[in-house]
Design a protein around this ligand. Sequence first.
Ligand SMILES: NC(=O)c1ccc[n+]([C@@H]2O[C@H](COP(=O)([O-])OP(=O)(O)OC[C@H]3O[C@@H](n4cnc5c(N)ncnc54)[C@H](O)[C@@H]3O)[C@@H](O)[C@H]2O)c1
Length: 412
Amino acid sequence: MINPGRPRNQSRSTRSMPFSGLEYADPKKKGNLVGKILLAAALTALCIIMLKQSPSFNTTNVFSKHEQGVTHVLVTGGAGYIGSHAALRLLKDKYRVTIVDNLSRGNLGAVKVLQELFPEPGRLQFIYADLGDAKAVNKIFSENAFDAVIHFAAVAYVGESTLDPLKYYHNITSNTLVVLESMAAKGVKTLIYSSTCATYGEPEKMPITEETPQVPINPYGKAKKMAEDIILDFSKNSDMGVMILRYFNVIGSDPEGRLGEAPRPELRDHGRISGACFDAARGIINGLKVKGTDYSTADGTCVRDYIDVNDLVDAHVKALERAKPSKVGIYNVGTGKGRSVKEFVEACKKATAATIKVDFEPRRPGDYAEVYSDPTKIRRELNWTAKHTDLQESLEIAWRWQKAHRDGYGST
Ligand SMILES: NC(=O)c1ccc[n+]([C@@H]2O[C@H](COP(=O)([O-])OP(=O)(O)OC[C@H]3O[C@@H](n4cnc5c(N)ncnc54)[C@H](O)[C@@H]3O)[C@@H](O)[C@H]2O)c1
């Protein structure tokens, strides 16, 4: 380094030189130096050992490498209702799990529950990221060795989608594209995609099979259908194994009470029937409003197919196990049995043991009378059937969690 303050004629020995100590064979100084080098080496070694033993060091290493006998699954939206239940099941089944979520709708509390249950290095990691950020997503795929992706992350309320369609088209289609591009770039072999019965719209014939024409009628259903089309077109020239699961109405929660459904309070108006029922049981809302009692159904109210979340995640695990390179499987995930809104409300009253005021009102425009699945294909090809088909029991389990978590995950 040049020292601008040194006169030109200054002797070498007085120059400020970083290695000056090496120029003298002074035994005392040499002893000091050797001691210092040894100390530095010992400290460095100690640091490396400590770093290697820290969970984060191991975690980073383990997640970035494929390991024989271990399937590493990226669960997008794993902080949400279905995604967190799926992550729990995958972890129980010895999968390695990475959750990516922007927490726009999900709960960090759910991730914490999972982390406490599976604290061992290399089991679960959480990455806070928005799937709309292609750079961030590419980085995640570059730094992690995924074997499969289950793409749950999405905004998912029919009513909200009609008020803010662009949000839905963007979040559902564009984010799926980003995930798919990263998967293709890194050669990730399996994709399980969360689709919905809303892609069918208002079919004339019940039950709904996978061959029923998809004519969605709201932006949510349309965007999901677009995402399916993107995936299907891509898969024509790819060796990726793809499973598209079209869920019906999801209810219930973990029977051991570790996870539950905790949507944002501001989404209450767009909420699903089970959320409304629990809110009414708690007195947060002033009873339930049943819209339409003159449909051509057994009791005049709408009929839907309610699938327990534990059965739903079981379908995902079966789909994951049976996905094959270059093959696409499309499956309805429902019980095959329709339940009327009146039946649901009665089951809810019994499950919560609450007095729930019910008002019967005229039909809501856009609601269709009956929607239920034909689950023959998934039973035949994936050996899956719904086991938790007692509506009241599913609601009792969900209600237990709701009662114990009055502020959702905020109170845990
Ligand atoms: N709940 C149902 O009845 C139902 C029915 C059919 C299909 N589905 C589908 O299942 C999936 C999961 O639904 P859910 O009920 O668990 O919803 P949820 O809102 O509880 O979970 C969705 C998760 O995705 C995350 N997310 C949303 N946008 C994101 C983004 N841009 N980047 C990263 N994370 C993002 C949210 O924060 C949330 O944690 C969705 O794809 C939904 O369309 C749900």
